[in-house]
Design a protein around this ligand. Structure first.
Ligand SMILES: Nc1ncnc2c1ncn2[C@@H]1O[C@H](COP(=O)(O)OP(=O)(O)OP(=O)(O)O)[C@@H](O)[C@H]1O
Length: 343
């Protein structure tokens, strides 16, 4: 399938009006008032969301334009909450979220612009794939349901005999693809995907990456969450790093990787012989400073994360010192990085 088959740029469904939208791009006139004429930019302005007294999203501001953006962060960072705020399923406790200039909360019309692929398999397993996508098309009150369903199935390459099999016979990758088809059936400009690659094998991942690339290249605004740097690197031009509900970094993935690996880092190190280790580390190129911490352990200032981790292990081995803990001393990018390194 070519990019031309993906109807994002030409999507002209009647967002915000409650009117029926047709499914054939050729039959619908653009409605710039509904935001379809302009790029569907997502803007978060000082957004906070509490669940009771848990702050899931903490004063985040960001702008996401067309193309593919990765939302990267460890479990519990606030990625799903952020995606649900953008979809209009959650209200910001503070701040505003807009898509194509329209507030997403209390604005059912925005659903015409947005497709959400949730993390959980929120699909009725007894339906066939085609029935599931058809049900979604009907919920959107599309004028030509059959054409819209056929187009969505083609986009995810599920226009095969599989479309008429029950979803409980599908592989993980097929289930994800049918969810994407349902999210795309009304030709939204914005597609949000929560951990779309979870549980997929490498071939299924490639397939999904290819699909998202094509949608991004055709002018859609695609945002997907992930806790795996490699996925984000391979797919997205822009990365937003979320840690503990806050925006820890944003930029293209090369910038993010550089930030994570080559900025100065402070580590708390505990070992079987802190004095010997301190003396040995102080002469090393990757180390800018070492302090013995009263009560035990060392605080080490390192110029480069990668070089320091390699040297630390080598120095400890050379001097017969056992490392007990090595922790980043500050809780921002370092914690993301150690997390990513471990994953
Ligand atoms: N319905 C809820 N009620 C109370 N706390 C919640 C609720 N949903 C999420 N949280 C909390 O909000 C924080 C952010 O959760 P969220 O699911 O948005 O993070 P995430 O980055 O998507 O993580 P994961 O990948 O594990 O889903 C976590 O501390 C989580 O425990």
């Amino acid at each position: 399938m070519t990019i031309d088959n993906i109807p994002g740029q030409r999507d002209t469904a009647a967002a915000g009006t409650g009117a029926e939208s047709g499914s054939s791009a050729a039959t619908i006139a653009p409605d710039p008032a509904a935001g379809h004429g302009a790029a569907a930019e997502i803007v978060l302005d000082n957004v906070t969301h509490w669940y009771g007294n848990v702050v899931a999203v903490n004063d985040i501001s960001m702008t996401i334009g067309p193309g593919v953006t990765g939302l990267l962060g460890p479990n519990g960072a606030g990625k799903s909450t952020l995606l649900h705020l953008v979809s209009g399923f959650l209200s910001p406790s503070r701040g505003t979220v807009t898509v194509a200039g329209q507030a997403t909360w209390h604005n059912p019309g925005i659903y015409r612009l947005i497709g959400l692929v949730p993390e959980r398999d929120s699909v009725y397993a007894f339906l066939t794939g085609r029935q599931f996508v058809t049900a979604t098309a009907k919920l959107h009150k599309l004028a030509d349901v059959d054409t819209a369903v056929a187009r969505a199935l083609t986009m995810v390459e599920m226009d095969t005999e599989a479309a008429d099999r029950r979803i409980d016979t599908y592989s993980k990758g097929m289930r994800q693809r049918i969810k994407v088809a349902a999210a795309l059936v009304h030709q939204p400009r914005v597609l949000l995907l929560d951990e779309p690659f979870n549980g997929m094998d490498p071939r299924q991942r490639m397939h999904m990456m290819d699909l998202l690339h094509r949608l991004g290249d055709s002018g859609h605004t695609i945002v997907f969450s992930s806790h795996i740097l490699e996925e984000v690197e391979r797919l997205s031009g822009t990365v937003q790093v979320i840690v503990s509900g806050r925006l820890a970094a944003s930029g293209d993935y090369r910038t993010i990787r550089r930030l994570m690996t080559s900025r100065p880092h402070v580590f708390q190190v505990a070992s079987s012989d802190d004095r010997v280790l301190a003396a040995a580390l102080i002469g090393r190129d990757s180390v800018n400073g070492v302090e013995l911490v009263p009560g035990g352990g060392l605080q080490v200032r390192a110029g480069d994360y990668g070089a320091f981790s390699r040297e630390l292990a080598a120095v400890a081995r050379e001097h017969g010192v056992r490392l007990r803990t090595v922790l980043p001393a500050d809780e921002s990018l370092e914690s993301v990085f150690t997390y990513l390194v471990a994953s």
